[in-house]
Structures are given as C-alpha cells and as structure tokens.
Design a protein around this ligand. Structure first.
Ligand SMILES: [Zn+2]
Ligand SMILES: [Zn+2]
Length: 250
C-alpha cells in the first residue's frame, strides 16, 4: 500500500495492465471466463431479463406490447405511491440472483463499477434532472457486520458514471428492522414504518431526489424512504434499483 502510493502514476497504471493481463476476465454473474472485463458471458446475457420499453410510465413494469408512452400498469393505476417514478435494470430471479447477492453478501465490491454504469443508463430519464441521489441506509449494526452498504456502493458507482451527487448519509435508519426476507407484503410495510428519517440539518425542499437500492421486492422500504422525503418537501422523488422482483407470471 505504502509502496504503490509513492509510485509514479504511469508505473501504477502499468501494474494494473499487467494484473489485468494475467487474470482472465470473469463473467460478473457466474464467474465463467469472458473476453471483456466487467461483462457477462453469453449464457447470462441470454438468461437475465433486462427491462426495456414498452413499460409502465410510473414504475417501469415492462408491457408485452406497446401501450402508448403514458400508459400505466394496473398497480400504478390503482394506488399512488409516495415516489413519482421508479426504474430498475434487470429482473430479480434465479438467473440474476448470484449477480445481485454477490454485491450484497460477497466481497465483490469490484462489481459495483459495472452495475453503476448499467443503472446510470437504465435510470437516465429520472437521473437526468436529479439534484441528489440517496442510498437506502443500513442500520449501523448491519453495516458493521457487512462492512459496506451495497446501496451506497451503487450510488457512488452511478456518480462515477456521470450521475448526480450522492447524499450518502442524508437518509438515516432510526431503528434496526428485522430482516424482510420471510415477511409478507403487509408485514414488510409494518416492519419498516417509521424506520427512516432525514438527517437533522439536511434539506430536500424543492429538490429532485432519487432513492438508490439494490433490489426492489414489495417496495415497502423505498415507499417508506419516499414518504420521509415527500414530507420533507422534495419536489420529485425517483427510485432506481439494480433489480426488481416481479410476481410469477408477471
Ligand atoms: Zn455468466
Ligand atoms: Zn406501474
């Protein structure tokens, strides 16, 4: 560490080229050898569902057929959420699970760069005019166990890809919530109610903000974060996640 810090820039660069040359690039999802670094193998490209239009203007749910630019899905027509628009890069399913969980539980922080670029592209229409992006916070006890917050990692990667500035610690978790994994949709909503707050002294009044998270399942967590931001006077609240779970058959 000390040695590399004192090396001239071009020497460090050379070192990186040598390392890249020695280790063959691996598929981000399955670990198979690939031709290009930070990419997927052809099998994973084919198996993972990347969301693309036509989709719901509000939540980004893909439609099987073009429905017009302002068309919304049944859920969005029935219920208004606290956020204005949501987008995700890919479908959370058995094909993408390893990619997503690798970021959450593994030590694959190197994944974040590539995923941040994908999110920057997929979230273009909500990121373009945004003032700030806010990662969903982990409770500090969980942060301590995991060493990093995957949502913050993605937010910084989006920023590095040319996205809006990161307000890393603006959303705070007031209490630790039990893991959402086994809870129903209603249970998840109850579980996170009142769990988040805006850090004292920060203001989002009139600002266009985008909440960043890794996976959207029932949406209870981002809805709770969005309510906090909306109450604090945010002018626009977007949601951008790497993955989104869809109901079977949806
Ligand atoms: Zn693969
Ligand atoms: Zn929708």
């Amino acid at each position: 560490m000390l040695l590399t810090a004192t090396l001239p820039h071009h020497l460090r660069r050379l070192g990186r080229i040598v390392v890249d040359g020695v280790l063959p690039p691996r598929c981000l999802a399955c670990g198979a050898t690939v031709g290009e670094p930070h990419s997927l193998c052809s099998g994973c490209w084919a198996a993972i569902t990347f969301f693309a239009p036509p989709w719901c203007a509000v939540c980004g749910l893909p439609f099987p057929h073009p429905m017009g630019e302002d068309a919304v899905c049944a859920d969005c027509a029935r219920e208004r959420m606290s956020w204005d628009r949501a987008r995700a890069v890919l479908r959370y399913d058995k094909h993408s699970r390893r990619l997503v969980l690798g970021l959450k539980h593994g030590d694959h922080t190197h994944l974040a760069g590539a995923l941040g670029r994908w999110m920057k592209r997929a979230g273009g229409e909500i990121l373009d005019n945004a003032d700030l992006i806010l990662p969903v916070p982990l409770h500090w006890t969980r942060l301590f166990a995991r060493r990093y917050n995957q949502a913050a990692l993605l937010a910084h990667a989006i920023r590095a890809a040319g996205g809006p500035p990161v307000a890393a610690d603006w959303l705070v978790r007031r209490r630790r919530t039990p893991s959402q994994g086994r809870l129903s949709a209603a249970g998840r909503a109850r579980n996170v109610r009142g769990a988040f707050a805006l850090r004292r002294g920060r203001s989002v009044k009139g600002k266009r903000v985008v909440i960043i998270d890794d996976v959207l399942t029932t949406g209870a967590t981002v809805e709770e974060c969005a309510r906090v931001l909306r109450r604090a006077g945010a002018g626009f609240v977007g949601v951008l996640t790497l993955a989104r779970a869809l109901r079977a058959g949806g």
